[in-house]
Design a protein around this ligand. Structure first.
Ligand SMILES: O=C(O)C(=O)C[C@]1(C(=O)O)C=C[C@@H](O)C=C1
Length: 110
């Protein structure tokens, strides 16, 4: 556990449990909003890649790149115990990215 997590636990322990739950849920919601902003940015970048690959008549899926993305994600983790969870999350993100690129192609968006 990090020092920050220790401090959190200590401060939360001062509160009645229902209040502690509300505090942590507020934190989760704030983090979700950051993730949503960042994921929207990622999808915009993925659409830009999709347009380039469509122009060059390249397939949507790039297995080598997906392997590299997953390896990089795992390398970024401070807690290696979360590796399998992050692999699952990013596998889904890339699957949805491919879906966006596929509909982009079907709609003929450049
Ligand atoms: O890098 C690409 O070529 C992308 O289209 C982006 C991305 C991703 O979401 O990271 C999506 C689909 C590809 O299979 C590989 C990676």
């Amino acid at each position: 556990m990090t020092q920050l997590q220790h401090r959190w636990q200590h401060e939360l322990a001062q509160l009645p449990q229902d209040q502690a739950l509300a505090v942590v849920r507020k934190e989760v919601t704030a983090i979700d909003h950051q993730l949503i902003r960042l994921l929207q940015q990622r999808f915009e970048a993925v659409k830009a890649i999709g347009a380039i690959k469509a122009q060059q008549a390249q397939p949507v899926r790039d297995f080598q790149r997906e392997d590299a993305v997953l390896a990089d994600v795992v390398g970024q983790l401070s807690d290696p115990a979360l590796a399998a969870h992050f692999q699952a999350i990013f596998t889904t993100i890339m699957q949805e990215s491919r879906r966006v690129q596929t509909s982009q192609r079907e709609e003929g968006v450049k």
